[in-house]
Design a protein around this ligand. Structure first.
Ligand code: NZQ
Ligand code: ZN
Length: 388
């Protein structure tokens, strides 16, 4: 096990009705002027918008709004938010929604105190050391951005989707009421489950030895998603099912489960090229990429894959045949995705095969990707080909 420092200061308020406390939490963090960041309207339809704005008014907190954040969020609204904050002396960002609203708020948060172009953080030219405080009201368990230290944005020019990370980006609080996720369309529920599972698998596939405790936590978390995602589709309004997924989604990505180990993250980078160009849901892209990545890399650490097959999918290793066990686990993973209505091939996601080389180049522009196996341009291209 590697040395590690674990520090995640995000306060979590979980359960029915907790969104009513949003304004009080902002006050407790010292916020006095608020920018409310949200997406295309789901929070208005669910009534969350009214609850939050009523709570801000009751607490006497003036607020401004940045609506219309789109999935796979873009850079331009971040710049608009930075301008709004500077012009109005806004000192707190409240994001209501999923990864897209929260990541936009995080981009604004680091952009306001920075004199240069906020994209510098995403190109990793500089690391964010200052940020306005952010609070998150989560409506979709998926990206884990509600307590993660990262933000992912797409720059319109060149369609580059890049992530940046810094401890100053961790939200001060995450408000998580599973009831708010009951309005999710089935496809978004499925995409969210796929993203959560991917965050667990990225951490699971490590080359670091003696990490059995976190292996076991990861296996339990993966099993939770494999069991509960189909239940959420069958019973979308069941609070307890939604609650299991929501809590697992946060724990999957708050860095607790990669303590002492080095995760892979190659599949995420490979996927980001798909959602950047084709604007597909991140979770759908991961369902396409992850099985192909597994087929390509498993021989670089067969024992870990055999453990995954046995403990997560209950695959028996007949006659010591590792290859067959790994193939069976990948087939079961693909079957899981299909059962949720997700694509497992580029073609099923409506993605043609004429830009695979370009995506492989863009993906490896900063250097080779992944830690389980270092992936160079040719490797990434081969993985896209396996996913056709
Ligand atoms: O825009 P609205 O109207 O709110 O609709 C959203 C959106 O269309 C809808 N939705 C959300 N909650 C709902 C709802 N519809 C009905 N009822 C509800 N309760 O769902 C759609 C997707 O929302 P989005 O915020 O895009 O989803 P998600 O949380 O999956 O975020 C995806 C983004 O996060 C990034 C992804 O790359 C992608 O850009 N990620 C961010 C990470 C991070 N910051 O740590 C890590 C992840 O690996 C990921 O890369
Ligand atoms: Zn993800």
């Amino acid at each position: 096990m590697n040395n590690f420092v674990y520090h995640n200061p995000a306060k979590i308020l979980f359960g029915k009705g907790v969104e009513k406390d949003a304004a009080r939490e902002i006050r407790a963090c010292g916020g006095t002027r608020v920018l409310l960041v949200y997406g295309g309207g789901s929070i208005k339809r669910s009534g969350l918008y009214d609850t939050l704005t009523d709570s801000l008014k009751a607490e006497g907190l003036p607020f401004w709004e940045l609506p219309g954040v789109q999935p796979n969020p873009r850079l331009t609204p971040v710049k608009e938010g930075i301008r709004l904050c500077r012009e109005n002396g806004i000192d707190f960002l409240l994001a209501a929604g999923g990864g897209s609203a929260i990541d936009t708020a995080k981009g604004i948060a680091v952009g306001v105190p920075y004199n240069g172009d906020v994209w510098d953080f995403y190109e990793r030219k500089v690391k964010a050391e200052k940020a306005l405080p952010v609070g998150a009201v989560l409506t979709i368990p998926a990206a884990g951005s509600e307590t993660s230290d990262s933000s992912v944005l797409t720059k319109e020019e060149g369609l580059r989707k890049l992530g940046c990370g810094s401890p100053v980006m961790i939200p001060r609080f995450a408000i998580m009421n599973p009831e708010l996720t009951c309005t999710l369309p089935a496809y978004q529920t499925a995409c969210g489950a796929s993203d959560i599972l991917a965050h667990l698998m990225e951490r699971y596939f490590t080359q670091v030895d003696h990490v059995d405790f976190t292996d076991r936590l990861l296996e339990a978390s993966m099993r939770t998603i494999l069991d509960y995602a189909p239940l959420a589709l069958a019973h979308p309004e069941d609070y307890d099912i939604r609650a299991e997924i929501m809590w697992a989604g946060t724990i999957a990505h708050n860095n607790l489960l990669d303590t002492g180990r080095v995760g892979d993250w190659g599949s995420h980078r490979i996927e980001h090229e798909l959602s950047a160009i084709y604007d597909i849901a991140h979770g759908a892209g991961l369902a396409v990429v992850f099985p192909a990545w597994m087929k390509y890399v498993w021989r670089d650490g067969p024992d870990r894959f055999v453990q995954f097959a046995a403990r997560v999918f209950g695959v028996e290793i007949a006659h010591g045949n590792k290859e067959r066990a790994v193939e069976a686990a990948i087939a079961r993973l693909e079957q899981f995705y299909r059962s949720l209505g997700l694509p497992t091939r580029l073609s099923e996601a409506g993605i043609p095969d004429d830009r695979l080389r370009e995506m492989a180049q863009k993906c490896t522009l900063p250097g080779p990707q992944g830690n389980f196996k270092k992936l160079y341009e040719e490797d990434v291209y081969n993985i896209y080909c396996l996913a056709k």
